[in-house]
Design a protein around this ligand. Structure first.
Ligand code: COA
Length: 408
């Protein structure tokens, strides 16, 4: 059975779910808030459950992330990106034959069309930021069935990012290599050299770690778009637009900038104290939902350790660890009882830098991983086939007298 047939089987089956206790508490709280205020309005939809999903569960109080049944620590350490994408799409790990076919199908969709390349060349001439170029180029992918669009999106986002990055640098484009896996091929297209096993494993871990994360803003956008019976390409274009924002995926660079600016561990305390004294937040620390730890930070910290200690800038790595320890100590002093911990951004930045990626590719690379989750959510939403159409509360005037133009 091909991947496509399997896909449709899973799309058709909408599994009934029991809502975990923590989530039923959320639903209870949200409706209570609505009843007590008499409006049902919850700013930012905080604690509102907007979908049932088999894709991932975020348990902030416990510091846990489950992706399609696996703790993120387990999945990210072992899975290739193809295995993670297959798992999200089909709710089962592929066997050897299925994995080989899926790798082949993805590899067969990596090349960009002339229309996509022309668009990228035109925007490169204008030095358009990479996330904007990615959003526009994703929109040039040909319309097809949901399965075809999902495959094309997952396969070609890395090609778009790599091609555009090389165009900006004025370098020759590197054609995708169908013999390489998804992660290794991305690094190959960026650098022109096939990466070793360590670098490939580090990127596989990163892509799987960020592949899905509950009802985050970009995923919600994608689901809303599909709920109108629009197509997956449109949904992912919208999701890329949401991911770009600095409150979502748009600010992984500043954490690394702080490490660079500190330069020497002995300066960390004075530098960070001064920042906190000015009322600034330390980038890469704290999280809205994770209260005891961000499990993704732990996974990426372990991956960064492997990467930097085997083949990397150990000095930078030691410096980053020193900065992290100092920051945690000062944050504990600064906000006692808040338990502000290292978040995913700190180690994302360190890991992607260790892979040789420039800061401007951090968020686009995040998109290349998250697109697996976006497309899986699109297929869940398609199966549900229910228009997402919340209400708004009108708080404007009701009885304005119309004033003729000449009297205004
Ligand atoms: N540095 C300094 N102080 C911080 C902080 C940080 N990184 N994170 C939180 N705080 C402070 C807040 O200023 C707040 O102080 P106040 O009560 O005096 O206003 C207090 O700790 C409580 O914050 P909390 O409610 O936990 O934060 P939040 O849910 O509003 O914000 C973040 C969560 C992620 C936005 C916040 O931690 C932050 O800005 N972190 C830095 C940016 C970052 O790394 N973003 C990536 C997240 S994956």
């Amino acid at each position: 059975m091909g991947t496509m047939e399997l896909w449709s089987m899973n799309v058709e089956k909408v599994r009934p779910h029991t809502i975990p206790n923590s989530q039923s508490e959320f639903i209870g709280r949200a409706s209570i808030m609505g009843e007590s205020s008499g409006t049902g309005f919850v700013a930012g939809l905080e604690d509102v459950v907007a979908a049932e999903t088999r894709l991932s569960g975020v348990y902030g109080e416990a510091g846990e992330l489950i992706i399609a049944g696996f703790p993120v620590e387990e999945l990210a350490r072992r899975a290739s990106f193809e295995e993670t994408a297959y798992l999200l799409w089909h709710d089962v790990l592929p066997d050897a034959g299925q994995l080989a076919r899926f790798r082949e199908e993805l590899a067969g969709q990596r090349n960009l069309s002339r229309a996509t390349l022309d668009l990228l060349r035109a925007v490169a001439a204008e030095k358009v930021p990479v996330m904007d170029a990615l959003r526009m180029a994703a929109g040039t992918l040909s319309p097809g069935t949901d399965e075809e669009e999902a495959l094309a999106l997952v396969a070609s986002l890395p090609t778009i990012v790599a091609a555009y990055s090389r165009m900006l640098d004025g370098g020759e484009l590197v054609d995708p290599d169908p013999e390489l896996g998804h992660a290794a091929n991305y690094l190959y297209m960026l650098t022109g050299e096939a990466p070793g096993a360590e670098l490939t494993r580090a990127l596989e871990t990163y892509l799987s770690t960020v592949s899905d994360h509950g009802m985050n803003a970009s995923t919600f956008v994608a689901r809303v778009i599909v709920s109108t019976r629009s197509d997956f390409v449109s949904a992912v274009v919208g999701a890329i637009g949401a991911l770009k924002g600095p409150l979502h995926g748009g600010a992984p660079g500043p954490a690394l900038d702080v490490v660079f600016q500190i330069g020497d561990a002995s300066r960390a305390e004075a530098y960070l104290r001064e920042k906190l004294g000015r009322g600034e937040r330390l980038m890469g620390f704290g999280h809205r939902i994770y209260r005891v730890r961000d499990p993704r930070a732990d996974v990426l910290a372990a991956a960064a350790e492997r990467l930097y200690t085997t083949d990397g800038d150990t000095e930078l790595y030691e410096l980053a660890l020193g900065v992290e320890q100092t920051a945690l100590r000062l944050l504990a002093e600064h906000k006692p009882g808040r338990n502000l911990q290292t978040n995913v951004e700190f180690y994302t930045a360190l890991l992607l830098h260790g892979l040789g990626l420039p800061t401007q590719l951090f968020t686009p690379t995040f998109a290349a991983g998250r697109v697996a989750g976006w497309t899986a959510h699109c297929s869940e939403q398609r199966a549900l086939d229910r228009l997402i159409r919340p209400q708004s509360l009108y708080v404007g005037d009701k009885d304005r007298p119309w004033v003729p133009l000449e009297e205004r």
